[in-house]
Design a binder for this molecule. Structure first.
Ligand code: IMP
Length: 172
């Protein structure tokens, strides 16, 4: 396996995710939430967040794709849809691994709104604000990062390196 530089180590991930879980708990005050995890990248983050979340919650999955290798294709395609009965009248928290151009989240928020949730918020592990092409700001952001291509903790390069336990990058 290639040698990656550590951008965010396991301890920092752990601490920050615990803070986000608390923030969400405070915002929902005992109301049930549905963590809607965007496959595949957000699974590690979603699972760790849920384990730290002390409240009533469910998990659902949705899958879209827009990336090939290091490049966004610009078009978001729905690969695994949500079921309306799992979303309607519920407090949805959409969870993504990273916001880059903002296209994926923009698409997903519109998609979820069509399923009539009670409320919708967005939560992201990594935010690459410098790369935005559409206006988008997540409600919960664990870390702002520079314009680097990152892997690990769920994030891939051509489907590989998701299993690295920290967020890393290749120094060019
Ligand atoms: P956006 O639609 O451009 O905001 O891209 C979001 C999606 O692109 C994420 O869910 C990731 O799958 C992928 N992505 C963006 N940046 C990176 C990166 O640095 N490493 C791995 N995947 C990335």
């Amino acid at each position: 396996m290639e040698n990656f530089k550590v951008l965010i180590d396991e301890k920092r991930l752990d601490q920050r995710i615990a803070e986000i879980a608390k923030e969400i708990e405070n915002d929902y005050q005992g109301e049930e939430v549905v963590f809607c995890s965007v496959l595949k990248g957000a699974i590690f983050f979603t699972v760790d967040l849920m384990k730290k979340y002390n409240g009533l919650c469910e998990i659902q999955f949705v899958r879209v794709s827009s990336y090939e290798g290091e490049n966004s294709t610009g078009t978001v395609t729905l690969k695994i849809p949500l079921k309306k009965e799992n979303i309607e009248n519920k407090n949805i928290i959409l969870i993504e691994d990273i916001v880059d151009t903002g296209r994926t989240f923009n698409y997903l928020v519109d998609y979820v709104k069509e399923l009539n949730p009670k409320s919708i918020k967005t939560c992201v592990l990594l935010d690459k604000k410098a790369r935005r092409v559409v206006d988008f700001e997540a409600d919960y952001v664990a870390f702002d990062i520079d314009d680097l291509f990152v892997v690990g903790y769920g994030l891939d390069y051509d489907e590989k390196y998701r299993n690295i336990p920290y967020v890393g990058y290749v120094q060019k």
